[in-house]
Design a protein around this ligand. Structure first.
Ligand SMILES: [Zn+2]
Length: 264
């Protein structure tokens, strides 16, 4: 291999690896409902070729993911209570049952909604808002690489998602954005801020997307939770029966021990 093509090959490898999923850093990315969303986008496919024919590697379309979380993430409830957040819905199988549980406990949560799901199930978005829960934009189609795309693409995705939520609930307040997979970049934080949304991270992740039992989910939350925690769970993106079964105990238990807070 000539030095130039060796360099191109090396660069291609780096680009390929940068486009791969990173489960250790971003475990919740698997919680997204569309498996296709986790795939490397077609535009970066040329970098996957083991024998690049071009001597100059193509310009990467995705900017690199920062190695540390960017500044400006909201990571605590704002008081001593625990805030509950539910991602990847609305889903007609699980969201209504979760709403029933929250209503029975007289507490509210934050729902990080996927735009395409909100468009499909506007009546669920309306119920979430009507019952006093907070709304969070979770991108149009759970694009874990959204923060790495051109700023105009990030903005279009977030605006489209906000529009789908507001089509269901006119003038809805959407105070938060949560990046799928927790793959934050300074760019996505900035765009969310420009659109009036704070970037909502979390402090407790029981990884309920990874098929643990209800008992394991409850145990993981109970052992990691602290005053002011933000707990990440899912009401969409897969079989959420274990999450719902865990919440049956977790919601009243956390409410008794810490109080369940609204984010502020
Ligand atoms: Zn998600």
């Amino acid at each position: 291999m000539r030095p130039r093509s060796a360099l191109a090959f090396g660069l291609s490898l780096v680009l390929l690896l940068a486009g791969c999923a990173d489960p250790a850093r971003n475990p919740s990315q698997a919680g997204g409902p569309p498996p296709s969303a986790a795939a490397t986008p077609p535009a970066s496919k040329p970098t996957a070729s083991p024998r690049p024919t071009r001597t100059t590697p193509p310009k990467p379309r995705l900017r690199p993911l920062p190695t540390t979380l960017p500044a400006g993430l909201h990571r605590s409830s704002g008081d001593r209570g625990v805030a509950l957040t539910f991602d990847d819905g609305p889903d007609p199988r699980w969201t209504p049952r979760l709403l029933d549980q929250l209503r029975a406990a007289h507490v509210t949560a934050t729902f990080c909604l996927i735009g395409s799901q909100a468009k499909r199930y506007p009546e669920l978005v309306a119920r979430i808002a009507r019952e006093g829960h907070q709304l969070c934009n979770h991108s149009w189609h759970h694009d874990i690489n959204l923060g790495r795309r051109p700023v105009a693409e990030i903005r279009a995705d977030l605006v489209r998602t906000d529009k789908a939520i507001r089509a269901a609930v006119p003038n809805a307040k959407i105070p938060y954005y949560r990046q799928p997979g927790g793959r934050w970049t300074p760019e996505v934080v900035a765009v969310a801020r420009q659109l009036g949304m704070r970037s909502l991270h979390w402090s407790v992740d029981p990884q309920d997307w990874d098929h643990p039992t209800a008992k394991t989910i409850a145990k993981r939350v109970a052992s990691a939770v602290r005053p002011g925690a933000i707990v990440l769970m899912h009401d969409g993106g897969g079989d959420r029966r274990p999450t719902l079964a865990a919440c049956q105990h977790l919601i009243p238990d956390l409410n008794r021990r810490y109080g369940i807070s609204r984010l502020r």
